[in-house]
Design a protein around this ligand. Structure first.
Ligand code: BGC
Length: 272
């Protein structure tokens, strides 16, 4: 794969999707590949499927690979798993995927990946200020990007409003579960986004997730201070963001390694 390409993998509740991404344009260079998420979505079963998605594109050892996951991830370790198997909690996702795929990967939260994707190549392209990305799906995922910097693992879908977690009444799944008409669901969204504005004062709000296809049904009815707009990359955002994120970290790690090597050489020649 060319040096302008990174591979993005997005683990969702129903499907695991992957594609190589051209980092200059944010476009897929090959058709997206999708495998249904195994049930139960245990670490081994999911890692095996992620490995299949990766090998489909035969990346070289130098190709950065990013994997997005629907939970909090710190230093490669899964800390929460609201909508996937609990067995993930406490596992080192980087290690498990490396074991199955034979490639090093970078892992991050799915909404963080989608937000970063929209910042790099989509609805928030190059925008400064405070950008709040929200993905409305089974849960509510959020990403906060401040002057181009991602603040990882914000979990504003679990904010409590009126004694209830937001994703219980404002996620897309809540619309189906509670049998809500558009109008009533939009009222729930209004409560959610008003609360977010009160707490974060974003300059721009982006709405992603499958439901953002139908944005004309609810976005025009929301009354907020900040502009609220649909995501542009739709369900490709997680893949694009994971790939771009991995490329960044890969570059950083490469530079660190080279700097360390230089320092070590210098120290060795001094001690001669
Ligand atoms: C999880 C988040 C995730 C979001 C979207 C929430 O329930 O806690 O980590 O980003 O769902 O998948």
């Amino acid at each position: 794969m060319s040096k302008h390409i990174a591979l993005g993998v997005d683990i969702g509740g129903t499907g695991i999707k992957a594609a190589p991404v051209d980092l200059r344009t944010g476009e897929f260079t090959e058709e997206r590949y999708r495998i249904p998420t195994p049930n139960p979505s245990t670490p081994d079963a999911v890692a095996r499927t992620v490995a299949k998605c990766i090998s489909k594109f035969s990346p070289s050892k130098k190709t950065p690979i990013g994997v997005a996951f629907p939970g909090v991830i710190q230093d490669g370790v899964v800390k929460t798993a609201a909508n996937v198997d609990d067995a993930w909690i406490g596992t080192n996702m980087r290690d498990i995927i490396r074991d199955y795929a034979g490639h090093d990967v970078y892992v991050l939260n799915d909404a963080d990946a989608a937000g970063y994707g929209e910042y790099r190549h989509g609805a928030a392209h190059g925008r400064d200020g405070v950008i709040l990305m929200t993905t409305l799906g089974t849960g509510i995922g959020t990403a906060l990007i401040v002057d181009g910097q991602l603040v990882p693992n914000t979990e504003f879908g679990h904010v409590e409003i009126g004694g209830q977690e937001a994703e219980e009444f404002a996620a897309e799944s809540a619309r189906d579960r509670l049998g809500l008409e558009w109008e009533d669901w939009t009222k729930n969204l209004q409560r959610y986004y008003s609360e977010m504005e009160k707490l974060l004062w974003p300059d721009l709000i982006i709405v992603g997730g499958g439901i953002s296809k139908s944005h004309h049904m609810f976005l025009p009815h929301l009354r907020l201070r900040a502009p609220i707009i649909p995501a542009e990359l739709r369900n490709g955002a997680g893949i694009v963001g994971a790939a771009a994120w991995a490329a960044n970290l890969h570059h950083r790690d490469d530079k660190r390694r080279k700097d360390d090597e230089k320092k070590a050489k210098k120290a060795a020649s001094k001690s001669k």
